[in-house]
Design a protein. Structure first.
Length: 173
């Protein structure tokens, strides 16, 4: 049994939803899990494992993700740690692993943190849930990448079995 902290950076809520799924799965193994937004992180010393999950918005992880890592680098490297990324590009089979996902590769190039476990999950596409600017930007990106562009599109690309498998891997670390 481990004390696990899962920190999330989420714009439209899918990364938070992944975090809650992880929590339920890990607790079923007997782990004690605390979930928190990146804006309200407790002291890391109280936890055996630290997991950070972050969504992609307009091609980037939120700057708070990098700030958190730089402020907590020593603790992250001393503990069992993991990072997962949630993005719409991960809906594509050729871009849904840490090795093939361009956002994960950009993340790894930008930080010296070396998490012990990495994962990539598809996000949620809900045009009606976005403001006008985001809706148009995402529709344009989807048009470029041959994704759905109908304004009433609502598709969840998250592979929940893959999230459950990631939880099992976290538990075993």
């Amino acid at each position: 049994m481990s004390k696990i902290l899962i920190i999330y950076s989420s714009v439209h809520g899918q990364t938070r939803k992944v975090t809650e799924h992880l929590k339920q799965h890990l607790e079923s193994f007997g782990d004690q899990v605390t979930c928190t937004s990146i804006d309200a992180v407790p002291a890391l010393e109280a936890f055996d494992k630290v997991v950070l999950g972050a969504s992609i918005r307009h091609g980037k992880h939120h700057p708070a993700v990098y700030h958190f890592i730089s402020q907590n680098m020593q603790a992250l490297n001393d503990k069992v740690s993991s990072f997962f990324s949630v993005s719409l590009v991960a809906r594509k089979p050729a871009k849904n692993t840490p090795e093939t996902n361009p956002y994960m590769q950009a993340f790894l190039a930008k930080t010296s943190w070396k998490p012990k476990l990495l994962a990539v999950f598809g996000g949620n596409l809900d045009y009606q849930g976005y403001n006008a600017l985001d809706r148009n930007i995402i529709r344009f990106i989807m048009w470029l990448t041959k994704g759905p562009t109908a304004p009433d599109t609502r598709v969840e690309y998250t592979d929940w079995d893959k999230v459950s498998e990631y939880a099992s891997q976290l538990h075993q670390l």
